[in-house]
Design a protein around this ligand. Structure first.
Ligand SMILES: CC(C)(COP(=O)(O)OP(=O)(O)OC[C@H]1O[C@@H](n2cnc3c(N)ncnc32)[C@H](O)[C@@H]1OP(=O)(O)O)[C@@H](O)C(=O)NCCC(=O)NCCS
Length: 228
């Protein structure tokens, strides 16, 4: 093809060589998240274990709130629909192919569940989804009950999930997709060391309006450098 049509695109010096040195894609799949039932991730204040259908009451406490779904492509769900949604998400335990996902329930020890005071409450959930096995790209997502927002819980959980993702699953890059207006989620991405890489204009039509999408990403070597 004629070079006349090429666009002047300059990659920062050295990046291609560094990326090449990182080696080809090598995600460690299949991964069965059931292993995390016996050995959940633990942070200073939270326990992160696979979401269960029996968490539906706690999840519904935030899933039903307009301020929570404002920037999520979720419909308003009644209780039965909400419980079904949680059961469906809890059924996903295997990561092997594009589109597969697992969900961590963020459990706050010492705070009783909304439907059963003998259990600890689920205050949010954190997703890992496979964007591309071939290119070793994974996606994170998060939702936290507003009562527990603004206290660093989302950051604590998301950092643990990000560390787990890189350490255990070995992606080349981790990304997040957000409604471009979602400032709280963008701030969380930045606290995690993710970079805003793109804003896609009018990518989705939700709730009667066109919505811009922001894409955040972090490369494996950037995460490793930041985590020392
Ligand atoms: C996105 C979301 C998870 C972020 O939650 P969050 O609680 O704001 O995030 P963090 O855990 O990083 O908390 C940060 C805030 O806690 C404060 N904070 C208080 N104590 C803290 C502590 N011990 N450690 C860290 N931060 C602390 C920080 O100063 C910061 O406050 P600021 O927002 O006023 O700057 C939350 O807004 C949410 O669930 N939204 C609805 C669902 C949604 O939109 N999900 C994203 C879809 S892409």
């Amino acid at each position: 093809m004629s070079g006349e049509r090429d666009i002047a695109y300059v990659v920062e010096p050295g990046r291609i060589a560094t990326a090449t040195a990182d080696g080809p894609p090598a995600v460690r799949f299949p991964y069965d998240a059931s292993a995390l039932v016996a050995e959940p991730l633990r942070t200073e204040r939270l326990v992160l274990r696979p979401l269960e259908a029996s968490d539906a009451a706690d999840v519904y406490e935030y899933q039903r709130l307009p301020e929570v779904i404002r920037y999520l492509p979720w419909p308003e769900r009644d209780r039965a629909e909400g419980y079904e949604h949680t059961a469906k998400r809890a059924a996903g335990r295997a990561l092997a192919a594009d589109g597969d996902s697992v969900f961590f329930a963020a459990v706050l020890p010492g705070t009783p569940a909304t439907d059963d005071p003998t259990r600890d409450r689920v205050i949010g959930d954190f997703m890992i989804r496979v964007s591309s096995v071939r290119h070793a790209q994974l996606e994170l997502g998060w939702v936290l009950h507003p009562e527990f927002q603004g206290r660093g819980f989302a950051r604590e959980a998301a950092q643990a999930v990000l560390d787990f993702t890189f350490e255990t699953l070995n992606p080349h890059r981790v990304q997040a997709f957000l409604d471009a207006r979602n400032g709280a989620s963008a701030a969380l991405c930045e606290r995690l060391g993710m970079r805003r890489e793109a804003t896609i204009l009018e990518e989705e039509y939700n709730d009667g309006e066109w919505q811009d999408t922001a894409i955040y990403g972090v490369l494996r070597r950037e995460w490793a450098a930041a985590r020392g």
